[in-house]
Design a protein. Sequence first.
Length: 59
Amino acid sequence: MFCPNCGKDNLPGAVFCIDCGARLQPAPDPQPAPCPPPDEARAPVLGLGQFTLMELVAR
């Protein structure tokens, strides 16, 4: 973590700069990547029921 005041490299998690004593800003927490949209080919098909399944098996 670099001091915004003097540029000194400090230990991770330090609150104050070891060189000039300036207060250090904590690094922001990384944001998780958003979930990708579902693949249309893998999306579940709703409302087909047993009749359609039997119709497909009979073919």
